[in-house]
Design a protein around this ligand. Structure first.
Ligand SMILES: Nc1nc2c(ncn2[C@@H]2O[C@H](COP(=O)(O)OP(=O)(O)O)[C@@H](O)[C@H]2O)c(=O)[nH]1
Ligand SMILES: [Mg+2]
Length: 287
């Protein structure tokens, strides 16, 4: 392998919350490296997802999203810093928007992107929601006036539509460079972090509107005994009063979160898992 025929580089995946950035990163990597919920603010830090191709390595940086206006106050300084860092290291950006929903936040993002001189590819996501192709075509035409995009690709990250095409376009726009990660690496996140994220995802899904503002998961201990992985995990909340929401009536919510998390952790580790969780209050602020 020489520098002349191998490409590799960082691709910042950006867009307002909930457009499907994490779903897209998982679809491209072919494994769940970043958690997904129907809530904004699911992704809290930049997550690296690595795509290995015969002649390229695409290092996708899944970002928490960049907000403006009211959202700007809602998103923390930390999450905005994460997005800035992703942009600073990017060789290419994939801007994700929702088909037929170009919002003010998308305009704000395009304005901010003007400062950077990497190429931009626009991924118009969720095309599965529209059966009428003419509506999609109109939106694609309008989108092309919103910024200088090297390519505009309609996709469905959830239904795996046009993902291969997007991947080829990303590859073609990366610099010639040798790979930076071994072929077996799909993310820069540690296994314990991925486990804590799986539990946070299940909690966010189970609690829906009752979700406490501040919620963190941490693996305290993990060991293997007789082919079983024992995991002790803490769910940290900011307020004592939030405990009963997370635990649920007769411990039902916590039990459901535990069962769903265990199943997914078993898939990740390829082994049987015993998961025990404790709910605590902590004055540590969420990101
Ligand atoms: N219908 C549809 N829903 C999608 C698609 N991609 C993502 N979603 C949903 O949009 C929501 C937000 O997705 P997520 O990946 O967490 O968005 P992010 O905040 O941009 O990372 C989730 O409920 C996803 O299942 C898609 O292609 N089609
Ligand atoms: Mg996300």
């Amino acid at each position: 392998m020489t520098r002349d025929n191998y490409r590799s580089g960082y691709v910042a995946v950006i867009g307002r919350p909930n457009v499907g950035k994490s779903t897209l990163v998982n679809a491209l990597v072919g494994e769940k490296v970043s958690i997904v919920t129907s809530k904004p603010q699911t992704t809290q830090i930049n997550i690296l997802g690595i795509v290995h191709l015969p002649h390229a390595q695409i290092m996708l940086v899944d970002t928490p999203g960049l907000l403006s206006g009211r959202g700007k106050r809602l998103s923390s300084k930390q999450t905005r810093k994460e997005t800035r860092n992703a942009l600073a290291m990017a060789d290419l950006a994939v801007v994700v928007v929702e088909v037929n929903r170009w919002k003010k936040e998308d305009d704000y993002l395009m304005e901010r992107l003007g400062e950077f001189n990497f190429e931009k590819i626009l991924a118009v996501n969720k095309i599965d929601l529209f059966k009428d192709k003419s509506q999609i075509l109109d939106f694609l035409a309008q989108s092309s006036t919103k910024g200088s995009f090297k390519e505009i690709v309609p996709i469905s990250a959830l239904r795996d539509k046009n993902i291969t095409r997007l991947r080829s376009l990303m590859e073609a726009n990366l610099p010639f460079q040798t790979p930076q990660f071994s072929k077996t690496t799909v993310t820069d996140q540690s296994t314990v972090f991925r486990i804590s994220e799986i539990v946070r995802e299940k909690l966010m899904k189970c609690l829906r509107d009752e979700l406490p503002y501040s919620l963190t998961c941490e693996v305290d201990h993990m060991e293997e005994k007789n082919n079983l992985i024992l995991i002790e995990l803490s769910i940290l909340l900011f307020k004592e009063s939030h405990k009963k929401i997370v635990i649920g009536k007769n411990g039902r919510t916590l039990k459901q979160v535990g069962t769903e998390s265990r199943r997914e952790i078993e898939k990740l580790l390829g082994k049987k898992v015993f998961l025990s969780s404790v709910v605590k209050t902590s004055q540590k602020r969420r990101i």
